[in-house]
Structure formats: C-alpha cells, structure tokens
Design a protein around this ligand. Structure first.
Ligand code: FMN
Length: 339
C-alpha cells in the first residue's frame, strides 16, 4: 500500500448519491484544490457488468478523488476495487453507513455494521487487490446496537486487516422506520464518540462526518480528529469551501464565484461537445451564488432555461451577465470573466 498522506484527509466532501457526480466534483475542485473528493456510491456489481466509462470516468483535475463502493461479496468488491484503481482513483472507500431500503435489500451499507467478520473479509480482499488506500465510511451503530465498545471493536477488527482510515458519520442509523433523509437528521450526533476513537486508536486516521456546516467548525474538530468530511453544507453552498486551501492547508489559492462560473462555462462547453446535456452540469451550479444579492436571479435563469432540450452555454453566459450587471461584481472582475 502506498504511504498515507494524512494531510490529504483533513477536509473532504462526502459521497452523495445523485449529487457528487463528476460535474459537481469538478465545480468543487475549482473552489478548493486540496479538498478530498468522493464519488457517489457505485455498486460493485454495476462496475463488473455495467457501462464503466459512464460509471467511473472523471476529469484529471479531480484528484485526489476516491471511489466509493457498495457491496458485500468479498470477491466482487475486490474486483471492483481493482478496476477502480486501474481507472485512476486515489482511494477505494466502502460504504458501511447507508440505511436505504434498496441498499439493505442488497445486503450492504449500514446493515454491514452488524457483520464485522464479513466486512473484515471484504476489506482484506480489497486491500489485497489494490495498492491505494482502502477506507471505511460507517456510522456509530445501527438500531439497538448503540455501544461505544461495539464501535471500537468494529474499528479494531478492520484495523486488524490493515484499514487505516475511518470516516465516521457521528450518529447511528435506524434500518427500519426512518427514511434515508430522516436517518441524516433524527439520530442525535455524538461527536464525543468520534473523538474517543481517535484517543483510543491514535495510529489510525479518524475523519469526523455529520452536521458540520462551517470551516470554523471544521477547525474546531481538527483539534480532536485527523479530518472532517462535509456533505450537505457544501452542496447547499459550495463557496463555503473557498477559504479552505488558505486556512487549512496554508496555500495561497483564492477564487471568486464569478471566476468559478466562468471556468464552469468552459468546462460545460467541452462537455456539451461530448454530448452531455447542459442540465447535468447546471443543476449543480444553482447554489453557486447562494446568499449573494443576485443569487436568486442566477438560480432562476439556470433552473428555467438550462433544462430545456438543446440548451447551450448561452444560458450560463446570460446568467453570468445578469449577475455581473447587478454591480456587485467589480468591473475588472467582470472584464476578467469576459463579460
Ligand atoms: C443526497 C445525499 C446522498 C447521499 N449518498 C451517500 C452515498 O452514496 N454514500 C454514503 O456513504 N453516504 C451518502 N450520504 C451521506 C453523506 O455522505 C453524509 O454521511 C451525510 O450527509 C452526513 O454529512 P453532512 O451532515 O455533512 O451532510 C448521502 C447524503 C445525502 C444528503
């Protein structure tokens, strides 16, 4: 296994089905060069049998980027991990936290927390198949299993087969009775359990996830754990990450919403030529000007026009012009953005 660059786990964007596809990840990468990115969960079987370019292709700019897998059959997971590594991913992550009924039906996701032996066997097989890090993303527990000692034994077991990075969604999951969305809000957050894992396993990389909204909160957690993963906060306002490279990684990188929009326009142009519909990209850009004076106008232009059949970059251009015309954008920036 390649040595872990622990620093690269300080900040990451969570795997989110339907949200963190390659286009959203590209947008995020324009805002932070250092944040670690995760794909949506991809089921191992789909990789083995499905359209691999569609499932796995990503832009070189996205590195570091991890492929999140769903599955529970060690041989299939190992083969899917091998394919992911060959495709160029920097990490393979196993989903042990999703409580959706569909995922439970497949026998994977959060319900695997009840089967530590099978998870250990799967992760050992994945580790054997690849050189890149194989990591786990899990909850504090499921259903009536809510016991720090159980969690610690689970982590210890996986560490025993060489897993070195644990991304812990700091609440348990209910397998019955709550929708996936409710399972992200109703079970209470227990950050103290995640801090305790780091104390008990100081040699492991422990990443805290769940309910973190701001970089200030990230910085506070980083005093206790190695990394923080943000999900909804980034999707709802991607620019929350803008100061991250400077504050968390000591890098000078800075950008503006307008520069990001302009770069997305160039990206969209290239993607449209390959047959990607504009909406596939524009839908992830709706929140780019969140909280700005013309943010709603931007959103409206995109949501009304970018989903139309045959829509092209002129829609993004118009939305940009409208935002720039508000006067909130300095003239030299507007010029820089080619407006
Ligand atoms: C729309 C959506 C889709 C998600 N899909 C996945 C997924 O594919 N794999 C996964 O491990 N977690 C998934 N999650 C859970 C997130 O990765 C994360 O653990 C959760 O949202 C808590 O973090 P947050 O409070 O920062 O959003 C999803 C969350 C959302 C909101």
């Amino acid at each position: 296994m390649t040595p872990l660059d622990q620093d690269s786990y300080r900040l990451s964007v969570a795997p989110m089905l339907d949200w963190t596809d390659r286009h959203f990840r590209y947008l995020v990468r324009l805002i932070s060069r250092r944040v670690r990115l995760y794909t949506e969960m991809v089921v191992d079987q789909s990789i083995l049998l499905g359209n691999r370019p569609k499932l796995l292709d990503f832009s070189p700019e996205e590195h570091p980027v991890a492929l999140q897998l769903g599955g529970s059959v060690p041989e299939k997971l190992a083969e899917a991990a091998r394919i992911g590594e060959a495709w160029g991913y920097d990490e393979i992550n196993l989903n042990l936290g999703c409580p959706s009924e569909r995922v439970q039906g497949g026998g994977f996701g959060a319900c695997l927390m009840l089967e530590p032996d099978l998870v250990a066997e799967s992760m050992a097989a994945m580790r054997q198949a690849v050189k890149i890090p194989v990591t786990a993303k899990h909850r504090l527990g499921v259903d009536e299993v809510e016991d720090y000692r159980y969690l610690a034994r689970f982590v210890e077991k996986l560490a025993g087969v060489g897993v070195g990075v644990f991304i812990v969604h700091a609440r348990k999951a209910y397998l019955k009775g709550l929708s996936p969305a409710e399972n992200r809000t109703i079970p209470p957050l227990r950050y103290d359990w995640v801090y305790r894992l780091k104390q008990d396993f100081p040699h492991l990389t422990i990443v805290l996830n769940g309910g973190v909204r701001t970089l200030e909160e990230v910085q506070a957690h980083l005093a206790k754990v190695d990394g923080v993963m943000l999900g909804r906060a980034v999707y709802e306002d991607p620019f929350v990450l803008e100061p991250a490279d400077r504050r968390l990684f000591g890098e000078a990188h800075a950008t503006t919403r307008l520069e990001v929009a302009q770069a997305m326009l160039r990206y969209a142009e290239a993607q449209l030529e390959q047959g990607t519909p504009l909406w596939a990209m524009a839908r992830h850009m709706l929140n780019l000007f969140k909280g700005q004076p013309r943010g709603r106008l931007w959103r409206r232009v995109l949501s009304e026009r970018a989903c139309r059949r045959g829509a092209g970059v002129e829609v993004l251009q118009e939305a940009l012009e409208r935002v720039a015309a508000s006067g909130e954008v300095a003239p030299e920036l507007a010029h820089h953005a080619g407006l």
